[in-house]
Design a protein around this ligand. Structure first.
Ligand SMILES: Nc1ncnc2c1ncn2[C@@H]1O[C@H](COP(=O)(O)OP(=O)(O)O)[C@@H](O)[C@H]1O
Ligand SMILES: Nc1ccn([C@@H]2O[C@H](COP(=O)(O)OP(=O)(O)O)[C@@H](O)[C@H]2O)c(=O)n1
Length: 213
């Protein structure tokens, strides 16, 4: 079974996907990490997102992606990239990388090589990558709410974060359309556990473990 959880920047995709994956006893896959890794490695190699050498360069790297239920980890050989790719600098450059069809194909190839069951989160998991997923969700919240949540984990001021989120939402618009059959959840009024429980309750019969409470 594949569950997709898409949504705009800082809507709660990773945290919610981790909680749902743990409850189901399956891994979750953060597709955004791969776009972020491509952005960081392109920058470090001095390659522009438009450079035809970028995908061959990425293919030649010892990039390893660990889709653990507790949190995805990203390695370049023995160097862990997970934290390095969560920065305002990568945020500022990732949409240009993600706009390149050849980069999207590179990410999609890696995602489709994974063996189900898993939870997949990103922008287009329920549309372009796993259109036959058994359950699809799309998370939203106001830019202000999302900025407030992201501000707790970044050094930048909340106003600066909000402006950057709005800009990135616009740059990502093309790949961020919810699947028609996706359950759209406004996470603004809900706690993190509330969103997780909403998704677990909406899964097909038998997908979620029997509720003990
Ligand atoms: N419904 C929620 N209520 C409060 N905080 C939340 C909620 N969902 C996510 N968060 C917190 O907001 C921050 C951003 O969530 P994250 O999962 O990283 O979003 P995304 O993966 O969409 O960028 C994290 O610190 C997370 O714990
Ligand atoms: N399925 C996806 C996932 C991410 N992305 C791109 O990768 C960037 C980072 O994704 P992310 O999920 O890590 O970003 P946050 O929502 O966590 O801030 C997004 O801003 C998009 O530009 C995408 O185009 N398609």
């Amino acid at each position: 079974m594949i569950v997709t959880i898409d949504g705009v920047a800082a809507s709660g995709k990773s945290s919610v996907s981790s909680g749902v994956a743990r409850a189901l006893g399956v891994p979750y896959v953060s597709s955004g990490l791969l776009y972020r890794a491509a952005t960081l490695l392109a920058h470090e190699a001095g390659l522009s997102p438009h450079d035809p050498a970028l995908v061959p360069h990425l293919e030649a790297q010892p990039l390893r992606f660990e889709p653990l239920a507790g949190g995805n980890r990203l390695w370049l050989g023995t160097r862990e990239l997970t934290a390095d790719v969560q920065s305002a600098a990568v945020d500022a450059g990732v949409s240009a990388v993600a706009a390149r069809p050849e980069l999207r194909a590179w990410v999609d190839r890696r995602l489709r090589a994974l063996t189900p069951p898993f939870v997949a989160e990103g922008r287009d998991m329920g549309t372009a990558v796993f259109p036959h997923a058994q359950a699809k969700f799309y998370l939203t919240a106001s830019a202000r709410v999302r900025a407030g949540r992201r501000a707790a984990e970044r050094p930048e001021a909340v106003d600066e974060i909000e402006a950057a989120l709005i800009l990135r939402d616009e740059r990502d618009r093309a790949q961020s359309v919810p699947a028609p059959e996706a359950h759209v959840i406004d996470t603004g009024p809900l706690s993190l556990q509330g969103v997780i429980d909403t998704i677990l309750a909406a899964l097909p019969q038998g997908a979620a473990p029997a509720r003990t409470s």
